[in-house]
Design a protein around this ligand. Structure first.
Ligand SMILES: [Zn+2]
Length: 118
C-alpha cells in the first residue's frame, strides 16, 4: 500500500514535545495516529502502578525497538516492560474502539504497517 491509500491517517508528531525543549527535527518526529497523538499529548512518562508507582518513560519510537517492549497478541498489544506498560496504559492502546480498529487493519493486512507502530 502506498502512503496515500492507508486505512487510517497519521500525523507527524513530536516525540519530546516542544514545550519540553524537543526539536522539530527528524530524530524527534514520528508518525502518530489520531488517538496516540491525543492521549499522549505532551507527556513523556507515566506511572507504573504494577511496580510500586514508579515514574517510567514512555516508549520512544526513535530510540527504542517496538518488539522489545510490546508483543502483538491477536489485536491486543501486550506490554513486555515497564515502558511498555505505561505506554499501553497512557495511550489506551487496548481500548475497545482501538481493538476494533486494529482488528479491521489486521483483516485488511494493514497492521502492523511499515510507516508506524502503535
Ligand atoms: Zn496510534
Amino acid at each position: 500500500m502506498g502512503e496515500g491509500d492507508r486505512a487510517i491517517d497519521f500525523a507527524i508528531d513530536h516525540v519530546i514535545a516542544e514545550k519540553h525543549g524537543g526539536e522539530t527535527a527528524e530524530h524527534n518526529l514520528c508518525l502518530s495516529c489520531y488517538w496516540c497523538n491525543s492521549y499522549k499529548g505532551s507527556d513523556l512518562s507515566s506511572v507504573d502502578w504494577t511496580a510500586g508507582g514508579q515514574i517510567v518513560p514512555l516508549f520512544n519510537p526513535r530510540q527504542q525497538i517496538w518488539s522489545e517492549h510490546f508483543r502483538l497478541d491477536g489485536a491486543h498489544i501486550q506490554p513486555l516492560t515497564a515502558t511498555g506498560r505505561v505506554t499501553v496504559y497512557l495511550l489506551r492502546l487496548n481500548a475497545e474502539e482501538r481493538l476494533d480498529e486494529r482488528e479491521l487493519l489486521l483483516a485488511l493486512g494493514d497492521y502492523p504497517c511499515s510507516l508506524a507502530t502503535g
